[in-house]
Design a protein around this ligand. Structure first.
Ligand code: ZN
Length: 460
């Protein structure tokens, strides 16, 4: 008996310490995206990450870089979406984004896609589904227990958090479904209370065709007290009848830019000309336009400043596919402001795929991009330019998987070199996604037993 037991023990302990390159296997739908950001924050030696898990609920995990200890993922809240079995589509709009305030409390916003009329009047837009929610960690830097903070409207979606150097917190989001204003709310007391929503991008019915102006901005920290905004335009048409079916098409065009000085409350364009908010399409076209993309669709801008304070933009741009609800992967394109005008880089060598930008200097620019080749080899890689964005070369592959593609997050806030971006692996035939935390050394490894969350949850 002794020998048999010993041999079994050895087997078990070997299995226990088998490492895998993912940290969880319960990512759900598009578990992460660039828009809901940050989805990860490095803070005092630990990287915190969040993503959409089973039933579209928000999950949070953490990795201690010195002890190499993983915690979680813990289910941090319960989304109002993802529970109704009569809806066959995964909504995906309510995935979580996070912020850590100066007291160490972790904040997550999630669960909204415009809210519903039963929740009350939405003065700034229309409805779709879900309920935007704000939850906070019960204890500082402790991801194991959470409580609801009922202090934001239910109508938000695409939450984007920014903490300023003085501790002020900004929550940016769209205040409803497609036909809604984009707003921010400011908190000066660690997110306990927020000021009223302030609209900065205006939805408006067009008088030249049956459609409504709509927007997709992405907001990041600029110089000092400034925030920088890259955005594209969505023409939300009343109907697109294709083969007898009315389809909503993701018609997104153009690249725009503006700056918000949070100290003065002033909004301006790259040249420093003042902008009235909420910005209308007419004013955006006149004053905030970076590039027109007529005939091509855009998707998901990202932005960073070079050390001289000049903005660099990444925007994916691709063929317009009439009749197709989903369009093919778009090419990452680079734009920069040279001090007097916007310059579009041509023939950069960048691939088709989503990702984020990091500008090290006026010459050195990095993109982190998920892409897939013609053999269905999925890859997350860093692409580097040393000539100010004219051309890019693939300088590092962070992750590669056959017959896969990846959903990618924005860059982690203040990232540790070993943990810069979060991705979810999409493999045909799998309902749940493996989640990876990627950095200079590729994926951060984890004990297989711990990473297999679905098995753990089944037992619970
Ligand atoms: Zn629309």
């Amino acid at each position: 008996m002794g020998c048999a037991t010993t041999s079994q023990e050895i087997k078990t302990s070997t299995a226990e310490h088998e490492k895998v390159d993912y940290f969880a296997d319960n990512g759900f739908g598009n578990a992460v995206a660039v828009v809901q950001h940050p989805a990860g924050i490095y803070h005092k030696g630990v990287t915190y990450v969040c993503y959409q898990g089973p039933l579209e609920d928000p999950y949070v995990a953490s990795y201690h870089h010195e002890t190499k200890e993983w915690k979680g993922p813990f289910k941090a809240g319960v989304s109002e979406m993802g529970k109704d079995s009569t809806r066959d589509k995964i909504d995906n709009h309510g995935k979580p984004s996070m912020l850590i305030d100066d007291a160490g409390t972790i904040h997550i916003a999630f669960g909204g896609h415009g809210g519903m009329s039963i929740q009350g009047d939405n003065p700034l837009g229309n409805y779709h589904y879900g309920k935007n929610m704000h939850i906070v960690s019960k204890k500082p830097l402790d991801i194991s227990s959470w409580e609801i903070s009922e202090n934001i409207p239910p109508f938000g979606t695409y939450n984007q958090w920014i903490k300023m150097d003085n501790g002020d917190i900004y929550l940016f989001y769209r205040h409803g479904a497609h036909r809604s204003n984009w707003v921010y709310q400011k908190s000066t007391d660690e997110g306990r209370t927020f000021g009223q929503p302030v609209s900065f991008l205006k939805h408006k019915r067009r008088d030249d065709q049956p459609a409504v102006d709509s927007w997709y901005p992405w907001i990041a920290k600029g110089k000092g007290s400034e925030l920088i905004v890259v955005f594209d335009y969505h023409i939300c048409t009343d109907s697109n009848v294709i083969a007898g079916k009315n389809m909503h098409l993701p018609k997104r065009y153009n690249v725009y830019y503006m700056v918000f000085d949070t100290q003065t409350g002033i909004w301006k364009n790259a040249k420093g000309e003042l902008l009235d908010i909420p910005l209308t399409r007419e004013l955006a076209d006149e004053k905030a336009l970076v590039a027109q993309t007529e005939g091509s669709w855009t998707f998901q801008g990202v932005i960073d400043l070079d050390p001289e304070g000049k903005p660099h933009i990444g925007m994916t741009i691709g063929e317009e596919i009439e009749g197709s609800r989903r369009s093919a992967a778009k090419t990452m394109c680079h734009f920069k402001f040279d001090g007097s005008e916007w310059v579009a880089s041509k023939n950069t060598g960048l691939p088709k795929g989503n990702g984020d930008i990091e500008v090290k200097s006026a010459d050195e620019i990095h993109f982190y991009i998920e892409a897939q080749d013609e053999n269905d080899l999925g890859e997350v890689a860093r692409w580097t330019s040393t000539n100010g964005g004219e051309t890019f070369q693939k300088t590092k592959v962070l992750l590669q998987k056959s017959k896969s593609n990846f959903a990618i997050s924005a860059l982690i806030e203040n990232p540790h070199p070993d943990a810069q971006i979060i991705v979810a692996q999409h493999k045909p035939g799998t309902r749940f996604k493996k989640m990876f935390l990627l950095g200079e050394n590729g994926p951060v490894m984890r004990d297989k037993k711990e990473a297999q969350r679905l098995k753990i949850e089944e037992k619970e």
